[in-house]
Design a protein around this ligand. Structure first.
Ligand SMILES: [Zn+2]
Length: 176
């Protein structure tokens, strides 16, 4: 498998800090957010409860845009507004790096994650970042398929489940 660029991987990991199916959320509180940022070397400070709320909002905004990348009907406008707010609050800016554009977050933290998303948008790799099309799942993944055709987080779980569902719909079988 080819190397995933670190920006995409960071955003992907961030969005997957919650498992929507079993409810476990690494960013459920300030301590959890602090731990997550520290482990990734993004920030060593002590986040507040408000920071954690803000981080979860940013996470779901990114997930919406990743659903849009997977041709889901997503709340793109609201998501964009939230990311604009994050950019303004965290001082995201651009640097000219020897003729290339870099999106950077000088103060680190959640700003670094949103800056990484911005960087991916600037360099054209963003459409590869998707959220699983299964509504109950929405797990983030990097689509490494040549033609960007991947729609499920995994064929074993969501892909087959949806296939079975479609089969039942077509054949009018009972049961969910
Ligand atoms: Zn899935």
């Amino acid at each position: 498998m080819t190397q995933v660029n670190p920006e995409l991987q960071l955003v992907c990991d961030f969005v997957n800090t919650v498992d929507l199916e079993d409810g476990g959320d690494e960013l459920a509180d300030a301590a959890g957010l602090g731990r997550w940022l520290r482990t990734r070397g993004l920030w060593n400070g002590r986040p507040t409860t408000e920071d954690a709320v803000f981080a979860r909002e940013a996470r779901e905004a990114l997930r919406e845009l990743m659903r849009a990348n997977n041709e889901c009907d997503a709340g793109r406008e609201r998501a964009t507004e939230i990311l604009d707010t994050v950019a303004a609050r965290t001082g995201i800016t651009v640097r000219f790096d020897g003729g290339a554009l870099r999106v950077v977050a000088p103060s680190g933290g959640i700003g670094s994650v949103v800056a990484a998303a911005g960087q991916a948008m600037a360099d054209g790799s963003w459409p590869r970042l998707k959220a699983c099309r299964a509504d109950s799942c929405r797990w983030a993944f990097v689509d490494q398929a040549k033609n960007h055709s991947r729609i499920w987080c995994s064929m074993e779980s969501c892909g087959n489940r949806e296939k079975a569902r479609a089969y039942r719909r077509r054949h009018g079988a009972a049961g969910a």
